[in-house]
Write a protein that binds this ligand. Structure first.
Ligand code: ZN
Length: 255
């Protein structure tokens, strides 16, 4: 009965019985893992504190012969991203990010760059606020790391470079075409957004979140990432509508 040890972020947890919870972990070493936390709902449980969503932990878990679910043996909190000083924007932003990881990270299939992205975006969001640009940065990298973001540097049909002119995205085919080749079909991505679709690759989360000239690119980038996400998951994520609502109510406030 081998015991696995992993660095993880708690994505969600739900009740299994009076005393036990199922905890879904994004681990660096093993991808997404569901573990049973036995007795963690009891008041004296020492593990309960580090099993709240968005807690960065170190965990040990094992699988009994013939059992289907892994069991948590030990966990140790490193940092909680859902602390008490959280703004609504951070709460909904982080919740949306956790839902995206829950959807895209595969069971028992590690994606270390995605795990690093998760930690760096959470850290930036905690320190500087979870802005719309930061969430977009996360989506772009997530899509890219999952092989779902086309290059969009040049027209898929004729090869003309479209960074300066913008392009038309056909999300269902993973293509982007210049104006001539698109014939008016597809999602119009104007030059401001087309440039960010190249530059995000060389930017840290903070550089992207605070990049000058982001505002004119924002609407097209939002349409594009949401279309690609909806297309690949074949559904819309509920947590995004809460987040969108918070952005709308906050207006231009940061935080
Ligand atoms: Zn073309």
């Amino acid at each position: 009965m081998p015991i696995l040890e992993a660095e993880a972020v708690v994505l969600r947890s739900y009740s299994l019985s009076d005393a036990d919870r199922i905890v879904v972990l994004a681990t660096r070493e093993y991808g997404k893992v569901r573990v049973v936390g036995q007795g963690v709902k009891k008041p004296k449980s020492r593990m309960a504190g580090c099993l709240e969503p968005l807690t960065h932990i170190r965990a040990k878990f094992f699988l009994r012969e013939g059992a289907e679910l892994w069991r948590l043996r030990q966990c140790e909190g490193i940092h909680s991203y859902l602390g008490s000083k959280l703004s609504l924007r951070q709460f909904y932003g982080f919740s949306y990010i956790a839902e995206l990881v829950h959807e895209y990270l595969e069971d028992h299939n590690p994606n270390p760059p995605l795990f690093r992205l998760l930690l760096s975006v959470l850290a930036t969001g905690e320190e500087r606020g979870c802005s719309e640009a930061l969430v977009r940065y996360f989506e772009l990298w997530l899509l890219r790391l999952c092989g779902l973001l086309p290059d969009y540097r040049s027209c898929s049909n004729c090869g003309r470079v479209v960074v300066q002119t913008g392009f038309y995205a056909a999300a269902e085919r993973g293509e982007g075409c210049c104006e001539d080749c698109a014939g008016g079909k597809g999602l119009r991505i104007r030059p401001a957004a087309a440039k960010f679709l190249q530059s995000y690759q060389h930017m840290s989360p903070l550089e992207f979140a605070e990049a000058p000239g982001y505002a004119p690119a924002a609407p097209d980038l939002e349409k594009l990432t949401l279309r690609l996400i909806e297309r690949s998951l074949e559904k819309t994520l509920k947590s995004y509508s809460h987040l969108r609502q918070t952005w709308r109510e906050d207006g231009t406030q940061a935080g």
